[in-house]
Design a protein around this ligand. Structure first.
Ligand SMILES: NC(=O)c1ccc[n+]([C@@H]2O[C@H](COP(=O)([O-])OP(=O)(O)OC[C@H]3O[C@@H](n4cnc5c(N)ncnc54)[C@H](OP(=O)(O)O)[C@@H]3O)[C@@H](O)[C@H]2O)c1
Length: 323
């Protein structure tokens, strides 16, 4: 089978399209013929090996040779002890713990996959797993957004942010989206009531306060972030620089004791039930999985460069099978 492989951290040029062995499912696994794989920031981080947490399991060289974690495809075969899916089922899921979505076939445990709703294309379904679950757990579970809440989403023009804006609006919040100049219109089109260009304005210095800040790109000091929270507000960092995430993890409880505000790192729990909740909202048209661009498997390096350059609005998808 064909796959995009790499053996060293670096720019997209280290990726190569190669012929590799087609995997065989273990007893508890299914073999999936991958139709579409959406890109995540974690693919870019896994390629370049930064921030440091991207090297977990492979400090000097990547532990896995094929990236790609949010997949949708058809079950081609099931292991002898597998009972959840059968050949022909159309499934989608998050395989971040093992990767392998930039290849024509992958073997996975069935527990991380769910049946694809008939109303969604493979590309749309592949856009949901990580980004949708980040948004649902940030907005609904940890954020507990209620009608009238003022919610700010930092990094709102990317994958997680695209779903977070729409979910916060669905729960009745007044939403502010923060991202670069090229993504302001995109955030408005998703329903953001206010937008801030991070290249021109620091939202922690505006004097405005929010009931919830969901931060997909944490890089400001925990104290500055706390200032932007209402007296009972909560801040959750999902991704960002390791230094900032550590500062928030260590300093957050101290800030909480002093101010009563919640400042935390959100550890997202991959979960096929949450994934299916977001997919159902997409299938029924309540929210939209926006796909900015589709690329063929051979163009994974170009697609990752597009993501690394900060140009993806919502999600970019690799159509692993042509047509
Ligand atoms: N905590 C967990 O358990 C967990 C689980 C899964 C993933 N993650 C992490 O979650 C993060 C976000 O995921 P995602 O898929 O939504 O990423 P994404 O699609 O890359 O979106 C991030 C957005 O942040 C923007 N951004 C960059 N610099 C910014 C700044 N200084 N201020 C405001 N926005 C800025 C980016 O815009 P540009 O285009 O300008 O760069 C991009 O639009 C990733 O770092 C990922 O590794 C965490």
């Amino acid at each position: 089978m064909q796959a995009i492989v790499y053996t060293e951290y670096g720019p997209p040029e280290v990726l190569q399209l190669k012929e590799v062995a087609k995997p065989t499912p273990k007893d508890d696994e299914i073999l999936i013929k991958v139709q579409a794989t959406s890109l995540n920031r974690s693919d870019w981080e896994g390629l370049i090996g930064k921030p440091l947490y991207a090297r977990l399991g492979g400090l000097r060289r990547p532990a896995r040779s094929i990236l790609g974690s949010d997949i949708a495809g058809r079950v081609e075969a099931a292991g002898a002890k597998h009972t959840k899916f059968k050949p022909g089922d159309e499934v989608y899921g998050d395989i971040l713990s093992q990767m392998g979505g930039f290849g024509e076939y992958v073997c996975v445990r069935g527990s991380v996959m769910a049946l694809k709703p008939a109303g969604l294309s493979f590309a749309e379904a592949s856009a949901i797993p990580q980004a949708g679950v980040i948004a649902l757990q940030g907005i609904r579970d940890q954020g507990q957004v209620q009608p009238g809440h003022k919610v700010l989403i930092n990094g709102a023009g990317g994958g997680g942010g695209m779903f977070a804006i729409q979910l916060a609006k669905l729960y009745g919040a007044e939403v502010t989206g923060v991202d670069n100049t090229g993504k302001l219109e995109f955030m408005r089109s998703l329903g953001a009531d206010h937008v801030i260009d991070y290249t021109r304005e620091d939202f922690t210095k505006s004097g405005k306060q929010y009931d919830l800040i969901l931060d997909l790109f944490a890089h400001r000091s925990a104290f500055a972030l706390a200032r932007a929270l209402s007296p009972t507000g909560s801040y959750f960092a999902v991704g960002g620089s390791v230094t900032t995430l550590l500062q928030i993890a260590l300093g957050g409880p101290l800030i909480g004791r002093r101010t009563g505000k919640k400042v935390r790192v959100l550890i997202v729990q991959p979960n096929s039930i949450d994934m299916a909740t977001v997919a159902e909202l997409c299938a029924t048209g309540k929210i939209v999985p926006v796909i900015d661009r589709e690329f063929p498997l051979s163009a994974v390096p170009e697609a990752l460069q597009y993501l690394g350059d900060g140009r993806v609005k919502g999600k970019a998808v690799i159509k692993v099978q042509p047509g």
